[in-house]
Design a protein around this ligand. Structure first.
Ligand SMILES: Cc1cc2nc3c(=O)[nH]c(=O)nc-3n(C[C@H](O)[C@H](O)[C@H](O)COP(=O)(O)OP(=O)(O)OC[C@H]3O[C@@H](n4cnc5c(N)ncnc54)[C@H](O)[C@@H]3O)c2cc1C
Length: 447
């Protein structure tokens, strides 16, 4: 369809000022821009209500136009990047808090509400929404649900799916429907709510969600320890878990990540440190004492605000090394964590790239990272080859190619590495059943 006609028709649905040109810079890439991935859409549409969103999807579906859902564009796998054209549907105007019942620990929000807004509202009312992905000021709840996001506190509290009791979404060919709701449990049908969590825009457009909340934990007491290397650090993590305390978070940085970010660690970093373990107790001082005992005599107790602000800046500090990075989100069973961390550095060396990792150690989640200059095509190609080796390593160690960011565009097709053909076929059958024309985010996830 010619661009003018497309723009004209979409403008009739959402208003002319809410249809933008398909090459509008803010909508053609996500965080993978740092490795040079930029797409181009036929148009960008900003619906202002769930009904408008349904009308846009119905219009696209009838005409065979691809739909690329977009939240905050912070994704790390190119999921929101319009690599095959089509219409980017940005949820930024779906930003209403539809209901908030602090005494019942629940909230219904539209997909475009920022993650940080949910955190703030919960906090101001003595509650907590424990899913805390790193780019919360920019990411949106719909994007968090679509990627089934996690964060440091996922170790104790689980990923997004655990906190979503209902989803409103537009499915093909443009039907607005709800599954689940304010009830905290619902096992009546197949778990369609769960299916949409982690669907990465390939099954439908999420317009609103019911979120569960919980009373804010009484304390936040991080305990940190520096170690000589990954082996010593992972041994301390195993001792931590053996202590019987359930830490709210267990994080790590390896030597390379410390070289990039360690100089600004609150209170300074000791000379010769090659590995950092961060654990947090959120129940009591006694719990924090037990974590400190497991970490050893040099355990430190940084201020939680300072520590988590610093931790939130690690990714940017790593990017600053060479201007770009390719960062994966593999996960392995905890007893194979040291091998995954050391293996990442070895893979980088094999491809002539500096490599490092950090991540959510308690979940075995390793951000296997290869540093690159985004305008150096050879380096980008070598980083992509290194990432393939990191996926193979994760699967060989009994883990997964993605524990956090989803497959998106960068990891499309990688499910075949870890699932048997019959399981991949079942995955495909779900896609075909819900999106028979293949118009929701084509080319992404398991194309
Ligand atoms: C500094 C930094 C730190 C990060 N830390 C973490 C972390 O700790 N844990 C973590 O899990 N991730 C992390 N991320 C990755 C990213 O923030 C998450 O994946 C986040 O959930 C993406 O949300 P978004 O709104 O930005 O989604 P987008 O990037 O806009 O989209 C992500 C995917 O979801 C789809 N999508 C978006 N909205 C909808 C919708 N309404 N309906 C259907 N599909 C939709 C898109 O099509 C795309 O496939 C980090 C990113 C950055 C930049």
């Amino acid at each position: 369809m010619a661009g003018d006609a497309l723009t004209h028709d979409l403008a009739a649905l959402v208003g002319g000022e809410h249809v933008l040109a398909g090459d509008t810079a803010d909508y053609v890439a996500d965080s993978t821009r740092t490795m040079g991935l930029v797409g181009r859409a036929d148009a960008v549409v900003l619906p202002g209500s769930a009904d408008e969103a349904a009308a846009v999807v119905a219009w696209c579906y009838e005409r065979g136009v691809a739909i690329v859902p977009r939240g905050g564009g912070t994704g790390f796998s190119g999921g929101a990047t319009p690599v095959h054209g089509g219409v980017v549907v940005s949820t930024e105007r779906l930003d209403r808090v539809r209901s908030f019942d602090p005494l019942l620990w629940r909230m219904q929000v539209e997909a475009g509400v920022r993650t940080a807004t949910v955190h703030r509202l919960a906090r101001e009312n003595g509650l907590c929404f424990p899913v805390d992905p790193g780019a919360s000021e920019t990411s949106r709840i719909g994007g968090n649900v679509a990627t089934n996001a996690g964060g440091p506190h996922t170790f104790k509290y689980g990923v997004m799916r655990a906190w979503v009791s209902g989803v409103e979404a537009v499915l093909a060919p443009g039907e607005l429907l709800s599954v689940g709701g304010p009830a905290r449990k619902d096992v009546a049908g197949y778990d369609l709510t769960g299916l949409l969590c982690g669907s990465e825009g390939t099954l439908g457009l999420i317009t609103a969600v019911w979120l569960k909340l919980m009373p804010a934990p009484p304390v936040a007491l991080p305990v940190c320890g520096f170690f000589a290397d990954a082996e010593a650090g992972v041994a301390a993590i195993e001792a931590l878990l053996g202590s019987g305390v359930v830490p709210a978070a267990v994080e790590y940085l390896d030597a390379g990540a410390l070289r990039a970010a360690g100089s600004t660690f609150p209170g300074g970093m000791p000379a010769g440190a090659g590995f950092l373990v961060i654990a947090e107790a959120d129940g009591s001082e006694d719990e924090a004492d037990e974590l400190a005992e497991a970490i050893g005599p040099d355990a430190r107790r940084p201020d939680p605000g300072e520590l988590w602000r610093w931790r939130g800046g690690v990714s940017l500090a790593v990017i600053a090394q060479r201007g770009g990075k390719l960062s994966d989100d593999i996960a392995v069973p905890l007893d194979r964590l040291a091998e995954a961390i050391e293996g990442t550095v070895e893979i980088g060396a094999r491809h002539g790239l500096e490599a490092c990792s950090w991540g959510h150690a308690g979940d075995g989640n390793v951000h296997a990272t290869f540093l690159l200059a985004p305008d150096d095509e050879d380096e980008v190609r070598r980083a992509e080859a290194a990432a393939q080796d990191a996926f193979a390593l994760a699967v060989a160690l009994g883990g997964t190619v993605s524990a956090e960011h989803g497959l998106g565009w960068l990891k499309r097709g990688q499910l075949r590495r870890q699932w048997a053909p019959a399981a991949v076929a079942a995955h495909r059958a779900i896609k075909v059943a819900l999106d028979p024309r293949g118009l929701f985010n084509p080319g992404k996830k398991e194309p």
